[in-house]
Design a binder for this molecule. Structure first.
Ligand code: BTN
Length: 319
């Protein structure tokens, strides 16, 4: 057994005696106690009730590959659920060759080395949020695949809107925000030939129920706060897979065109004064929407420049 096996049993929020747990896992009661001691490292609050046993302070709705598969309409996707991994994106990028073009989903309860854009760390506490990666092969050139990040932003917003989450916006290239507070981010990693085909790992991190104690270096919100109710991460995962699978087909056939109009209605940078960081350079301009290839249009000193993502960071100009 490991600590995740124990968490699975305790996840119902009921009281479990040390003796029952020891018998279930065929280990000593001391071994159970040692594992319980470690749960705090994962941010879990497990009560020890003297003479009675152990109970999690609140039940956990854990990820479940079987439930995700049941709720998914698209059957041609392999589903991998992990308790712990450094990064779901890294897990799939390293297996690209073995998986050989089979669309694959990897979700995890906990990431020890979650990757954000521009080399940043993605904070990934246990069983709190959604850490989602989907590997998909595209028969398009690497230059065309850049638009995919905008497609994914549109799809995530659609799924969240269907769940009742209104008022979301997209911050180029693909942050999902609620009034300047970050709800989620997207990291797409691509490998393949310049002319195609290429394998894209589409990584999505969505704050579902972020513990208050977590330190994050920018304003954030989560779905629980926005919806005022708990979110079923299995259902959310299945909906994202379905909508993404559909959108990937459209994108592979027609490119970005079918998504641009929707993206533009969600664009929160349009018309805003922005600070752009490109390497060591910083300049100020005004957002002018996105070009048809998905690059950001910014008016700088009277002329409009198209900026592609890569090393650019955009923030609101300080007031
Ligand atoms: C961003 O910086 O806004 C992008 C964050 C992307 C985070 C997700 S979580 C699942 C997947 N695995 C990772 O290591 N990163 C992405």
């Amino acid at each position: 057994m490991n600590r995740f096996d124990l968490i699975r049993v305790l996840s119902d929020g009921q009281l479990h005696s040390g003796a029952d747990l020891a018998a279930h896992f065929q280990v000593s009661r001391t071994a159970i106690w040692k594992h319980v001691e470690q749960l705090a490292e994962l941010g879990l609050d497990c009560e020890r009730i003297h003479g009675q046993g152990y109970r999690l302070a609140k039940p956990l709705g854990l990820l479940d590959a079987h439930r995700i598969r049941q709720m998914m309409g698209s059957r041609a996707v392999d589903v991998i659920v992990l308790s712990e991994i450094d990064s779901t994106n890294r897990y799939l990028t390293e297996r690209q060759k073995q998986i050989a073009g089979q669309t694959t989903l990897c979700v995890a309860e906990y990431q020890t080395g979650g990757r954000g854009r521009r080399g940043k760390h993605w904070v990934s506490p246990f069983a709190a949020n959604l850490y989602f990666s989907m590997l998909q092969r595209f028969d398009v050139s690497i230059s065309k695949i850049l638009g995919l990040s905008l497609v994914v932003g549109v799809v995530v917003e659609r799924v969240l809107r269907k769940m009742g989450c209104d008022g979301l916006g997209l911050k180029w290239p693909n942050d999902i925000v609620f009034y300047q507070k970050k709800l989620g981010g997207i990291l797409i990693e691509v490998a393949g030939e310049a002319e195609g085909p290429c394998d894209a790992v589409v990584g999505i991190g969505l704050n579902v129920s972020m513990p208050e104690a977590v330190q994050i270096d920018q304003p954030w919100t989560d779905l629980h706060a926005l919806l005022g109710a708990p979110v079923d991460r299995n259902e959310l995962t299945a909906s994202l897979v379905d909508e993404l699978a559909l959108a990937f087909e459209v994108f592979a056939k027609d490119g970005l065109a079918g998504f641009l109009e929707e993206w533009r209605t969600l664009d929160i940078l349009d018309g805003q004064e922005l600070t752009i960081e490109q390497g060591a350079k910083t300049f100020v301009g005004r957002g002018k929407g996105v070009a048809d290839d998905g690059s950001l249009l910014v008016e700088i000193d009277g002329s409009v420049k198209a900026l592609s993502s890569g090393e650019i960071s955009v923030r609101w100009a300080a007031k």
